[in-house]
Design a protein around this ligand. Structure first.
Ligand code: NDP
Length: 433
């Protein structure tokens, strides 16, 4: 706190992560202290911050602040998304970077942790303005990244279009055709199954959790929030495995379909027409739209928050459990607020935090890096099969770590400890660097 008095978001997150690491820290206290391990773990290896000048369509000049937090490279090149949003600042990126180290470690793949972005607001900007911004951003960032050094991806405000603009500029400046960004288009090195990865991965880990509890996904009733990339493919995979998904939502409200969400209608509304989820209820008899509400009062066995942060609070957590929900797994990043998390842990339901549950996205990004390095493109089935194995492994490691340190069933401790264990071991082996 003395070193970073103005970084409230980072301090809060670091405190929560360090608290949940206390079982492993206590078990290795002397070793960690001697090697200043925690002091090194909480401090990014490097932060670059730079100006991003650009000119809008009216000829007016603007300057935004760009960042890349290269947090930890003990187990692989820095990897993590770029976020373009007006709220972006160094403290938030440091907090996200720290989370990313543990998530990336959980995948079992050789990727370190990083995060970056700019306080640029893409809303309302023309395509030409977005392109000029991306080019200006990359004109500085290219000095610090590389296929074996730091491999950014998309995040809020940075989708396929922005990744492509940045990739084009990187290639133009460096004359290198290398896998320096992931989330690329299929025609220039993007991986098959990347769009599906987070949603599918979520369902694979839920399947593992249920099996370990002596249950099965087939026949369970699921409440899903969101109707974006993660939600759509989670619904598709869940239904293909015999579960019934009765809700999905967007920021204007949620849809309830007691017969189970019809995928063809959902995909048509979201992917073809790019419409609002309320249209679902207009098109499907028996379905209803609940404006301004979230789906957590609906009776379900399993709840999958897949929309956004802080979309499930303590009261809603209580309601879910009272209605018989026994499993919550997070497709989104930090959708359950801290009260909700406390209730899930206290009531001992099956609760898998996003760090583990939505790691399928970054895992397939790492598989995209492998394909780019090999100059190969794997089939959809190959990538999907690897993804499934990775998620099964994550479950095994998370539940195993929780048990090993005396917190059986607490997957919050399990995920942080399992992720940290490998990073700590690598940092200790590599000496005081
Ligand atoms: P999308 O932008 O595709 O979809 C987001 C969905 O959430 C939309 O349906 C959106 O509705 C809804 N939503 C946004 N804000 C709110 C709100 N305040 N209240 C209710 N609903 C809201 O994003 P993704 O599906 O890609 O990502 C969803 C979450 O998953 C995010 O937290 C993201 O960080 C996380 N995640 C995504 C990964 C990926 O691979 N895509 C990987 C790991 C995590 P509307 O259209 O009205 O805005």
């Amino acid at each position: 706190e003395k070193k970073h008095p103005h970084e409230a978001e980072f301090l809060e997150a670091a405190k929560r992560i360090l608290e949940s690491l206390s079982p492993i820290v206590e078990a290795n206290e002397d070793l960690y202290r001697k090697n200043a391990l925690l002091e090194r773990f909480v401090e990014p290896e490097r932060i670059v911050s730079f100006r991003v000048p650009w000119t809008d369509d009216q000829g007016k000049n603007h300057v935004n602040i760009g960042y890349r937090v290269q947090f930890n490279s003990a187990i692989g090149p820095y990897k993590g998304g770029l976020r373009f949003h007006p709220t972006v600042n160094q403290a938030i990126l440091k907090f996200l970077g720290m989370e990313q180290i543990l998530k990336n470690s959980l995948t079992g793949l050789p990727i370190g942790g990083g995060k970056g972005g700019a306080d640029f607001d893409p809303k309302g900007k023309s395509e030409a303005e977005v392109m000029r911004f991306c080019q200006s951003f990359m004109t500085e960032l290219y000095k610090y990244i590389g296929a074996n050094e730091d491999v950014p991806a998309g995040d809020i405000g940075v989708g396929g279009r922005e990744v492509a603009f940045m990739y084009g500029q990187y290639k133009r400046i460096t004359n290198l055709y290398e896998g320096v960004l992931t989330g690329k288009g299929r025609s220039f090195g993007g991986s098959l199954a990347r769009p599906e990865a987070t949603g599918y991965g979520l369902i694979y880990i839920v399947d593992e959790m249920l099996k370990a509890a002596g249950k099965e996904l087939k026949g369970q009733v699921l409440a899903v929030s969101g109707s974006g990339n993660v939600a759509q493919y989670a619904i598709q995979k869940a239904e293909s495995l015999g579960a019934k998904v009765v809700t999905c939502s967007d920021s204007s409200g949620y849809v309830y379909d007691p017969e189970g969400i019809k995928l063809d209608v959902l995909f048509d509304i979201k992917q073809v027409k790019r419409g609002r989820i309320s249209e679902y209820a207009e098109r499907v008899p028996g379905a209803s739209f609940h404006a301004g509400e979230r789906p957590w009062a609906v009776k379900c066995d399993v709840a999958l928050p897949c929309a956004t942060q802080n979309e499930l609070n303590g009261e809603e957590a209580k309601t879910l459990i009272e209605n018989g929900c026994f499993c919550v797994a997070e497709g989104a990043n930090m959708p359950s607020d801290e009260h909700a998390v406390d209730i899930f842990l206290e009531k001992k339901i099956l609760y898998m935090p996003g760090k583990a549950a939505n790691a399928g996205g970054v895992a397939v990004s790492a598989l995209e890096m492998s394909q780019n390095s090999q100059r190969l493109s794997w089939s959809f089935e190959e990538v999907d099969e690897k993804l499934k194995g990775i998620m099964q492994n994550i479950y095994k490691n998370v539940s195993g770590a929780a048990k090993k340190y005396g917190y059986e069933g607490n997957f919050v401790v399990g995920a942080n400890v399992a992720g940290f264990e490998k990073v700590a071991e690598a940092m200790l082996s590599q000496g005081m660097v």
